[in-house]
Design a protein around this ligand. Structure first.
Ligand SMILES: [Zn+2]
Length: 289
């Protein structure tokens, strides 16, 4: 691992935290919009299929007109009334705190998960800087953390783990390990394949025995990504941490009355947690301090 430039660790970590606040702020937008964009795509596909069935080409115009709703446009707006969020209110954390978590126009609540996501991302980015120093790997680790935060948000809201995030996470894991940064490349390849296959097998056995579906294909892809990042040997630990966290959360939710017996809980956030624990606690030692 080589150092890009000599830099004071405290400044680098503070800079990483500031970058984390900005990225975290953007991740809340991604978490909010990506599922809606996917839904829009599905609706268009269904529409295209139905029109194909009818042999109707008159409505072709409506299909090719793409949605104006992207990750970048329109600008930030209130989740309740869609009024644009302007000026200082867009400053991560501060904007939310100064407006007391309410929209300036409709006074509707802007949930606490917005500032929490910003703080969480800032802390994770700072940890990446601390753990890996001023190296390309630190930047890769930040991307890894950002992807896991976005996936957890989306899974908690919609029980989906979008392919557009999980699959690139598999490729980037393999690329990062081309030179064996976190694990030797053969172990990364095996980790990705075995991670996917293990959950796939578990899913089908569970369905055969109980007739219910315990998780989704997104979970297989996420574990494949974690296997690509940390290698085959990390899989048992990843699954153990994710399962323990999942069981603990399920018990807490049951006793606090937030979940019913037999209710399926998203597994993605616990896999993400296991990935973060592995990144900071297991894979190697800290670069600084
Ligand atoms: Zn509003």
């Amino acid at each position: 691992m080589w150092h890009l430039f000599a830099v004071d660790p405290v400044w680098a970590i503070a800079l990483a935290a500031a970058l984390g606040l900005l990225v975290g702020s953007w991740l809340t937008v991604v978490g909010h919009r990506l599922p809606r964009m996917m839904e829009h795509d599905w609706q268009q596909q269904v529409q295209a299929y139905q029109q194909g069935q009818q042999g109707d080409s008159a409505h072709h115009e409506t299909l090719t007109s793409t949605s104006a709703y992207t990750l970048w446009r329109p600008g930030w707006h209130c989740p309740a009334c869609a009024a644009p969020i302007r000026d200082w209110r867009r400053v991560p954390l501060l904007g939310w705190a100064l407006s007391r978590g309410r929209c300036a126009v409709c006074r509707g609540r802007i949930g606490w998960r917005y500032p929490v996501t910003e703080i969480l991302t800032a802390v994770l980015f700072a940890l990446c800087a601390w753990r890996f120093g001023p190296t390309p790997i630190a930047l890769c680790a930040m991307g890894f953390c950002a992807a896991l935060v976005a996936l957890s948000w989306i899974d908690l809201q919609t029980s989906l783990l979008p392919d557009v995030i999980t699959l690139p996470l598999v490729w980037t894991g393999l690329l990062v390990n081309l030179s064996g940064a976190l694990t030797p490349l053969p172990l990364a390849v095996l980790g990705a394949a075995v991670g996917y296959f293990f959950l796939w097998l578990l899913f089908h056995m569970f369905r055969l025995l109980t007739g219910r579906e315990g998780m989704g294909y997104g979970d297989f892809k996420l574990l494949a990504a974690l296997g690509a990042w940390f290698g085959l040997a990390a899989l048992p630990g990843l699954l153990l941490v994710a399962s323990l966290a999942g069981v603990a959360a399920a018990v807490c939710l049951r006793f606090s009355g937030h979940a019913q017996r037999g209710q399926a809980l998203p597994f993605g956030p616990y896999l993400a947690l296991a990935g973060l624990v592995t990144l900071f606690a297991v894979a190697g030692r800290a670069a600084w301090f």
